[in-house]
Design a binder for this molecule. Structure first.
Ligand SMILES: Nc1ncnc2c1ncn2[C@@H]1O[C@H](COP(=O)(O)OP(=O)(O)OP(=O)(O)O)[C@@H](O)[C@H]1O
Length: 288
């Protein structure tokens, strides 16, 4: 049996001086090529979790005491030689893109990590082209990074991590500054990468997007996992924060006996289901 991309058990973190744990006995597995969405209110421990999975905690965060085990493709994260070895497998996109933008021009930003790793020039060119296509950066490559909009910066940072070819991508609210079309573009790219075998964990407040793109969701609160399962399993339950409004409407209709199909997780899915249900009713009334 192949090891999961990530196996987490008993993960517990307490920041110095904090009166409660930021993570409390968190455990879950993620399969290779899976998109796992993490939901939860502010302060639930989502960013702390990603920092643990990327090795930043405890290696670079002295104020955080960590217990528990994290295995990456069957190998304990604590056995990796250093953060640079971790980043060969795990790429982290942090919440604030400013923290990760270090170059003046977008093209340099995408290329410098690959150059530092000694990636051969033809491969650099190939990945640069792919990143530009996937994240729609074609006309941004020669722009100054400081002059980009917040959403453009986010796309550049996600693309620069993609260029390092990680097998696991950890994305902390990667679309918070993107409009709906930009959000969809990034999530489409993430889906393409997952279909190619990249494992993705994405922290996101845009539940409607996660509902559509994630294979499984984890709902967190106060440092603990409250629910885990497919979007259809997690979102109708009490642990789901800010679930899609359309789901509430469908649940109400279902309670009143007017919705007998699978619960929809997006507006287009709701419209399509409703159309097919009402079409069936009309067909029942007017048999041809
Ligand atoms: N460096 C730190 N030092 C002390 N406490 C911290 C630190 N980072 C986070 N915390 C605390 O740990 C808890 C979890 O924070 P975390 O940032 O992981 O939550 P989150 O779910 O990502 O929240 P948000 O959605 O607002 O980003 C919070 O109570 C937060 O105040």
């Amino acid at each position: 049996m192949t090891a999961p991309a990530l196996a987490v058990s008993g993960l517990t973190v307490r920041y110095e001086g904090a009166d409660r744990r930021a993570l409390d006995d968190v455990g879950f597995d993620v399969a290779q090529g899976e998109i796992l969405g993490i939901l939860g209110p502010t302060g639930a421990g989502k960013s702390t979790l990603l920092q643990c999975l990327s090795g930043v905690i405890p290696r670079h965060e002295d104020s955080a005491a960590m217990r528990g085990d994290i295995e990456v493709f069957g190998r304990r994260l604590s056995d990796f030689a250093g953060l640079s070895e971790v980043t060969e497998t795990v790429g982290l996109v942090m919440q604030d893109p400013e923290v990760q933008l270090v170059n003046t021009v977008v093209r340099e930003e995408l290329v410098w990590g690959m150059e530092n790793r000694g990636v051969p020039v033809p491969e650099i060119e190939r990945r640069l082209q792919r990143a530009a296509d996937l994240f729609d950066l074609g006309n941004l490559l020669d722009r100054f990074t400081h002059a980009l909009s917040g959403g453009e910066k986010q796309r550049v940072v996600v693309a620069s991590i993609f260029c390092l070819n990680p097998r696991i991508m950890l994305l902390d609210e990667p679309t918070s500054e993107l409009d709906p079309a930009g959000t969809e573009g990034v999530m489409d790219a993430v889906r393409v990468l997952a279909d190619e075998g990249v494992t993705v964990i994405v922290v996101e407040h845009k539940v409607e997007e996660l509902a559509v793109y994630a294979d499984r969701l984890i709902a967190m609160r106060h440092g603990r996992i409250e629910a885990v399962g497919t979007p259809r399993e997690v979102l109708p339950g009490p642990a789901a924060p800010d679930r899609p409004q359309v789901l509430d409407i469908a649940l109400q209709l279902s309670e009143q006996g007017h919705w007998d199909a699978e619960l929809p997780l997006s507006v287009p899915a709701a419209v399509a289901t409703w159309q097919s249900m009402t079409h069936d009713q009309h067909s029942d009334r007017n048999p041809s």
